[in-house]
Design a binder for this molecule. Structure first.
Ligand code: NAP
Length: 248
């Protein structure tokens, strides 16, 4: 069974890491995939080619998720190309880690704009086509750090906690329109983002994970497939923690 057959999904930040894994799994499961990238132009173009082999419609767009107007233009373009947006996955995100004492206003503003405002931008833009279609699934990639906090990540954890409040508010506002809004909170997933950690930090993280391994993009993609598909038709306003048991 293809879980998201014929569905149109828009994924932000899919040129690498978790977003890339999500795009691949959705294409494998029958979805038409619209995805964005920002600086990784070659990787974005290569992904468009690669995913086309699964036989569904695939298109990559260079678009800054943190830019309100660009997000609006992007959704208009996706609707023109694909017809509608059934599933939105707000995945684009960055870290600018440092202790609060050293954190600049710019480091705070950048992370809040790229991680949190982007979720507002894209969600606002897709509500129109989703309301018209009288259905939709919005999935926001947050982090366990948004639930538990983390030294050196005051900006990042605030942005990810903000996503949780936003996710629940949207679930309450749009539930009557058959639009669901859920969050996925990854724990420690092996990507370029976590590649910045040193050996010692890696060991510490792995020690605290009951399943004793880092997660893979596929682990997050599978959670997104569940929340995007009809298997979760009665699930909204929830946070699915995918962390090998780290947070419990
Ligand atoms: P990553 O490997 O650093 O990839 C980040 C992706 O976001 C890239 O495709 C990048 O595109 C895109 N991006 C960044 N800024 C953007 C913008 N303004 N507009 C559009 N796209 C933008 O990160 P990742 O580890 O896959 O993380 C993906 C998401 O999962 C993030 O929200 C992150 O916070 C969350 N997460 C990750 C982990 C983890 O352990 N890795 C844990 C918890 C949560 P370009 O390269 O084209 O610029």
């Amino acid at each position: 069974m293809k879980l998201v057959d014929q569905k149109n999904v828009l994924i932000t930040g899919a040129s690498r890491g978790i977003g890339r894994a999500i795009a691949e799994e959705f294409a494998k499961n029958g979805a038409n995939v619209a995805f964005t990238y920002l600086s990784s132009v070659e990787k974005g173009q290569a992904l468009e080619k690669e995913l086309s082999s699964y036989g569904t419609k695939i298109k990559g767009y260079q678009s800054d998720a943190s830019d309100y107007k660009a997000a609006e233009e992007l959704v208009n373009a996706v609707v023109a190309d694909f017809g509608t947006v059934d599933i939105l996955i707000n995945n684009a995100g960055v870290t600018k880690d440092t202790l609060l004492m050293r954190m600049s206003e710019e480091q705070w503003d950048d992370v809040l704009r790229i991680n949190l405002k982007s979720v507002f931008n894209l969600t606002k833009a897709v509500t129109k086509p989703m309301m018209k279609a009288k259905s939709g699934s919005i999935i926001n990639i947050t982090s366990v750090v948004g639930l538990m906090g983390n030294a050196g990540q005051a900006n990042y954890s605030a942005s990810k906690a903000g996503i949780l409040g936003f996710t629940k508010s949207v679930a309450k506002e749009l539930g009557s329109r058959n639009i669901r809004s859920n969050a996925v909170a990854p724990g420690f997933i092996e990507t370029e983002m976590t590649g910045e950690l040193n050996e010692e930090q890696l060991k510490e993280w792995t020690k605290s994970i009951p399943l004793k391994r880092a997660g893979q993009g596929l682990d997050i993609a599978n959670a997104c497939l569940y929340l995007a598909s009809d298997l979760s038709a009665y699930v909204t306003g929830q946070t699915l923690v995918v962390d090998g048991g780290m947070l419990m």
